[in-house]
Design a protein around this ligand. Sequence first.
Ligand code: SF4
Length: 355
Amino acid sequence: MTDLEFKQQVLDTKSSSFCAAKWYNATIWLGSGMTTSCHHPPAHLVNIDKVRANPRLLHNTDQKKEDRRKMIAGERPGGCEYCWKIEDMGSDAVSDRVYKSKIYPIEALNEAFETPADADVNLRTLEIAFDRTCQFACSYCNPAFSSTWVRDIRNLGTAVDLDRLLDSINGLEIDLYTSNESVGLQAEYIRDGLVWDDWTNNVERLLDSRKFRTIHIMNTINALCLYSLDQFLECIMNWKREHGRDAVSFTLNILRFPSFQSPLVLPDELRTVFRQRLEVWLDAWWDSEFLHEHEVNHVQRLIDYLDIVKTPHSEAFDRPRLLNDFKQFYTQYDQRRGKCFDLTFPALKPWYDSL
Ligand code: SF4
C-alpha cells in the first residue's frame, strides 16, 4: 500500500483528520514539564497535580483528549496546522499524519478510533528529554530545549562519547536519530556548536559499526538550509550507496516556529531558485533503488510547499514584522556567536542587506 493509499483507505475512512500519533506517541520534556504528540504541535504544560494522582495523565492531557475528540469528529485540531497546510496543497498531498500513523498496526488504529476520546491510552512510542542539556544552540531552538541557549556560550564540553554509546548497545536493536539539513559552513552557522567534519565522521563511524537498524537524519527545513539542502541530500545518497538503502534514511520537517526562520520568509525569486534545485535533485533520484517512498514524498512535498504555501502559519501574516525579526535576530546572532551571515550565505546577501 502506498503512502497515499494508506491515507485514503486507512486514515480517511475513519475521519479526514484522524492521526494515531495523538493517541500513541508523546514527546515529553521533563525539564520544562511540557508535552505534545508528535513534535509539530506546540508543547503544552502537564498538570503535575493530576499526574501525581494518575501517572497516565503525563501523556493523556486534557489538551490531547480534546484534540482526539476533534479528530474522531473529523475536525482539525489547531495545533496540527503543520499537517493541514500540507494537505491543503492538494488531495494527493501526504502529510505527517500518514507517517506518524503508519508505524502502528492497523488494529491499533482501529482501537484508537473506537476508544472514547477522554479515555487514558497507553503509549506505543515516546520521545523523552530528561533535561535540556545540549551542546548545540541551533538558530531556531531556544532556552527551553537547549542548555547552550541558556548560557548563550559555546563549548560546554558535552561532546558525544561514541565509544560509550557503541559499547552500551551490544545485542540491542536500535534506531538512531540525528539532525542536520545543510553542509559545511551553512550547517555550522545554523546549528551553532556543530562541527561539520566531526558530524560526518561520527555518522560514518556509526554506519561502519553496523550496530544500528537505521540512522535517521531529521532535517528541519528553515530559510537558510535551502542554500545547500540539495548538497546535503547528495551526501546522504552517498552513504546510502555505500551502506544500503535502509542503513540511513531522512525526513524533511518544515519549520514553522519561530516563523521568521520559515522558508517562506524568502522572497519569491530565491524560493524559486531553491525549489528548482530540489526539482533537479529529485529528477535525478526519484526512481533510485536507494530512496524510500517517504523520502521521495518528503522532497516532493517540500517542492510543492515552496511553490504553493505563502504564509508560515495562520498567526504570522505580518510579513514586514517577520522580515524585521529575521534581520534583528541574525544581526544579534552574528554578534553573540562570532558568525558572519554575509560570508556564509553570499547569494542571500543582496536580499539580507535590503531588509
Ligand atoms: S501534527 Fe500531524 S502528525 Fe503530528 S499529531 Fe498532528 S496530525 Fe498527527
